[in-house]
Design a binder for this molecule. Structure first.
Ligand SMILES: [Zn+2]
Length: 171
């Protein structure tokens, strides 16, 4: 199994080389000629958040995260990115060109890094709509009245539920 050892060694060497060379060729954020320190800081934060989103996707794809954790952190990071971009927008209309959606930016970064889009799409579980509240205070079933609070059958003459004490509307 010598070839396995060689393959592993080559992989490690390539990874190390890539780690060293990556910052040199990495496409940095577009140069922004502003003296506003706050904007610069926001842009750096946005960039860091985008990198974090990308790293998270990678971790999820290689199986370091289950879909539940991925979704949780992904949504948190995206909220953070949105908040930062909102703050950038608020700094001035001259930064309007920065109004790129997060999705577009992520797609663009994927292309730059030559990483294929995630094969597994995470579906956000849609919450079932809450059941409509019962309009009628009394569920009439063949003349039988029921407490709308606990569901225990109520005597026709009773104004209050014998079980829980809730008021029962007259039939
Ligand atoms: Zn009751």
């Amino acid at each position: 199994m010598l070839w396995v050892a060689i393959a592993v060694a080559v992989l490690i060497a390539v990874a190390a080389l890539a780690a060293v060379l990556w910052p040199l060729f990495r496409p940095g954020p577009a140069p922004v000629l502003v003296e506003d320190d706050r904007l610069t800081a926001l842009l750096q934060r946005k960039d860091a958040t985008m990198v974090a989103i990308k790293d998270l996707e990678f971790d999820y794809r290689v199986g370091k995260l289950d879909s539940e954790d991925f979704e949780k952190y992904d949504q948190r990071l995206r909220r953070q990115a949105m908040s930062i971009m909102t703050q950038i927008d608020q700094l001035g209309p001259e930064n309007a060109q920065l109004d790129v959606t997060i999705e577009q930016e992520i797609v663009q970064r994927r292309k730059v890094n030559g990483v294929a889009p995630a094969a597994a799409t995470v579906k956000v579980a849609s919450r079932p709509a809450p059941a409509p509240k019962q309009a009628a205070p009394v569920a009439a079933q063949g003349g039988q009245r029921y407490c709308t609070n606990c569901g225990v059958p109520a005597d026709a003459t009773h104004k209050f539920c014998a079980n829980c004490g809730a008021a029962i509307a007259p039939a």
